[in-house]
Write a protein that binds this ligand. Structure first.
Ligand code: NA7
Length: 533
C-alpha cells in the first residue's frame, strides 16, 4: 500500500483533510489536484467580480487559533485573489504542498475486495494504492457549458466563468454576451458592464438578489473579530446553516406588517447579504405566505431600482419562492440595467436557437458579439466525482449506483464503496451551509472515524444499505417539508438536462445534522459495518 489515504482536490476540503490525516493522525496521505495551484473553487473561478458571498470573518478555517489570529481580511466580502492568497498561505504555513501533486487529474478509483485497498489512477499514467479514498472534489466544480448548437462556429472567444483565463479577459471596446443570472452572472454583470462596449445579459430565470453592502474592514473591526472568534465559531456551529446570525424564532406572519417591512428594510439597506434570509424570520423557507412577504419586498426593490418598467418586470422573479434557488448577493446588479450599454434579453420570451459565427441567435434576433461568457453554473454536488470512474465492491460503478439519483449515508459515505468518504457529498448540509464550517465538520468526522478504526483494529468501514436508505428517505422527507422543491434549482439537479431530479442537500439544519453524526460515532459508528483485516 502506497498511502494510508488518497485525497482528491486541494480546495478548502482537501487542504484540511490532508492536515488532519497527516499532521494530527500521523498518517501518510497524497492529494491529487487537477489545477496547477491549490485553492479549488478559488483557483478556478477568476471571473470579473468573483468574490465571496459570505463574510470573511466566518468564511475561513477555525481549526488553528494561530492561523485565524495572523490572517487579516481587507473587506467584508473578499475578492477571489484574496481568498486564493489565504488558501496559498494555509498550504505554505502547514507545509502541505509536499504531499500535494498538482496538475494531476484522478481518472479512476477502484476498490479491491481482497486487499481492502483503493487503486487510484491518474492522468499521468500513475497508479497508487491507499486504504482510504477521500473525495474533496468540490460540490460546485464540474462546470456546465450548455450544448448550444453552433458554439464551435463562433468567431469570437467564449469562456465559462469557472475556467477563466489566468491572464484575464479584456472587454474594452467589446460586445459581450453573458448567459446565466445565478450568483456568478450577478457578480460578473456590473463589472463587465463597466468595461465592455455593450453587454447583453441572456436571462432564463430572474433572481432575487440582495445587495452585499460590502465595505473595507478597519484594523479595529478586525481586532474585534479576532478577539471574538471563539464566539463567532460557536454561533456558526450551533446554527441552522453554519452562519453566525441570530435568527428570530418568529414567523414572518406573526409580526405586524409595518414592523416586518422595517426589518426587511434594515436588512436590505444596512446589513445586506445572507443576513436577509438567515437573520430574519425562521419560516421563510417553510411557509409560502411568509416567504411571499420577503419575495414581494425584493420585487418592489427591483421595480424601484430599475428605471425602465418593462426591463424591471423581466427582472422580477415571480414563479418560485425566494431562497429556493441559492440566493445571490450583489454589488449594483439591478442598477446595471440602467446603463445605456446594457441590454437584458429574456430567454423565456425569445430562447437561444443557436450560436452563429457572429454571435447568438434567438427566436427574435441575432446579437453580434466578440465574447460569450457562460455563467451557466455546475453539475452540482455529484458532477465532479462522477467524472472519475469510481468502482466499489464487486465492481459496482458509482455512476450505476447513482443512476436513479445520488445516495449516501450522512453525506459522508456511499453503501457499496468501503473506505471511500465524501466531503460535502449528496445528503450533507454542505452546499446549503457556510462551506468552511460544514467542511471542517465533515473532515473532522472522517478523520475521527479513521482514527477510531486504527485504534480498534478495523481496516474497513462501509455504510450499510439500510442506513443509507433511511438517510436518503430522511433527506427527501425533510426537503418536502420546505419550499425548496418548488424551484428548478441545482439543489435538485434541475439545471442539468437529463439529471435525475433528487434534492441533494440535507436541509434539516446544520446543528441537528452534526448532532446526528456525533451520535452515530458515539454508538460505535451506527449504520456502518466495521471489519478487521
Ligand atoms: P447557477 O446558480 O446554477 O446559475 C446558472 C445560471 O445559468 C442560471 O441563471 C441558469 O438559468 C443559467 N443557465 C444554465 N443553463 C442555461 C442555458 N442552457 N441557457 C440559458 N441559461 C442557462 O450557477 P452560478 O455559477 O451562478 O452559481 C453556482 C453557485 O456558485 C452558487 O449557487 C454559489 O453557491 C456559488 P436557470 O436558473 O437554470 O433557468
Amino acid at each position: 500500500m502506497d498511502f494510508d489515504a488518497v485525497i482528491v482536490g486541494a480546495g478548502f476540503s482537501g487542504l484540511y483533510m490532508l492536515y488532519r490525516l497527516r499532521d494530527v493522525l500521523g498518517l501518510s496521505a497524497r492529494v491529487y489536484e487537477a489545477g496547477d495551484g491549490v485553492g479549488g473553487t478559488w483557483y478556478w473561478n477568476r471571473y470579473p467580480g468573483a468574490r465571496c458571498d459570505s463574510e470573511a470573518f466566518y468564511y475561513s478555517y477555525s481549526f488553528s487559533e494561530e492561523l485565524q489570529q495572523e490572517w487579516t481580511w481587507s473587506t467584508k466580502y473578499p475578492e477571489q485573489p484574496e481568498i486564493l492568497r489565504y488558501l496559498d498561505h494555509v498550504a505554505e504555513r502547514f507545509d502541505l504542498r509536499r504531499d500535494i501533486q498538482l496538475g494531476t487529474r484522478v481518472t479512476a478509483a477502484v476498490f479491491h475486495d481482497d486487499t481492502g485497498c483503493w487503486e487510484v489512477h491518474t492522468d499521468d499514467g500513475s497508479v497508487v494504492t491507499a486504504r482510504y479514498f477521500v473525495s474533496a472534489v468540490g460540490a460546485l466544480s464540474a462546470a456546465n457549458v450548455p450544448s448550444i448548437p453552433g458554439l464551435e462556429t463562433f468567431a469570437g472567444a467564449w469562456h465559462h466563468t469557472a475556467a477563466w483565463p489566468h491572464e484575464g479577459v479584456d472587454f474594452t471596446g467589446r460586445r459581450v454576451g453573458l448567459i446565466g443570472t445565478g450568483s456568478t452572472g450577478i457578480q460578473a454583470t456590473p463589472v463587465i458592464a463597466a468595461e465592455a462596449d455593450h453587454l447583453f445579459v441572456f436571462q432564463r430565470t430572474p433572481n432575487y438578489s440582495i445587495p452585499a453592502r460590502n465595505y473595507p474592514i478597519s484594523a479595529r473591526e478586525m481586532d474585534e473579530v479576532k478577539a471574538d472568534y471563539p464566539e463567532i465559531r460557536r454561533r456558526c456551529r450551533e446554527s441552522y446553516a453554519g452562519f453566525p446570525y441570530a435568527i428570530t424564532m418568529t414567523s414572518a406572519m406573526d409580526v405586524n406588517p409595518d414592523d416586518r417591512l422595517a426589518t426587511y428594510e434594515r436588512l436590505w439597506k444596512e446589513e445586506g447579504g445572507f443576513k436577509f434570509i438567515y437573520g430574519s424570520y425562521y419560516d421563510l423557507l417553510f411557509n409560502r405566505e411568509s416567504n411571499e412577504t420577503a419575495a414581494e419586498f425584493i420585487r418592489a426593490k427591483i421595480r424601484e431600482i430599475v428605471e425602465d418598467p418593462a426591463v424591471a418586470e423581466k427582472l422580477v422573479p415571480k414563479d418560485y419562492p425566494y431562497g429556493t434557488k441559492r440566493p445571490p448577493v450583489d454589488t449594483g446588479y439591478f442598477e446595471t440595467f440602467n446603463r445605456p450599454n446594457v441590454t437584458l434579453v429574456d430567454l423565456r420570451e425569445t430562447p437561444i436557437t443557436e450560436v452563429i459565427p457572429s454571435g447568438i441567435r434567438t427566436t427574435r434576433a441575432d446579437y453580434d458579439l466578440d465574447v460569450i461568457v457562460f455563467a451557466t453554473g455546475f453539475d452540482a454536488v455529484t458532477g465532479a466525482l462522477l467524472k472519475i470512474d469510481v468502482r466499489g465492491r464487486d465492481g459496482l460503478r458509482l455512476s450505476e449506483k447513482w443512476a436513479d439519483g445520488a445516495t449516501s449515508y450522512l453525506g459522508l459515505q456511499v453503501a457499496g464503496f468501503p473506505n471511500m468518504f465524501t466531503v460535502s457529498g449528496p445528503g450533507s448540509p454542505g452546499v446549503l451551509a457556510n462551506m468552511p464550517t460544514a467542511i471542517e465538520h465533515h473532515v473532522e468526522w472522517i478523520a475521527d472515524c479513521i482514527a477510531y478504526m486504527g485504534a480498534n483494529g478495523f481496516t474497513r468501514v462501509e455504510a450499510t444499505e439500510d442506513a443509507e436508505a433511511r438517510w436518503v428517505d430522511h433527506v427527501r422527507e425533510i426537503a418536502e417539508r420546505t419550499l425548496y422543491p418548488l424551484a428548478d434549482s441545482w439543489y435538485l439537479g434541475a439545471n442539468i438536462p437529463g439529471k435525475k431530479r433528487v434534492f441533494l442537500p440535507y436541509v434539516g439544519g446544520f446543528q441537528p445534522y452534526t448532532q446526528r453524526c456525533q451520535q452515530v460515532a458515539d454508538r460505535g459508528y451506527e449504520g456502518f459495518t466495521l471489519s478487521p483485516a
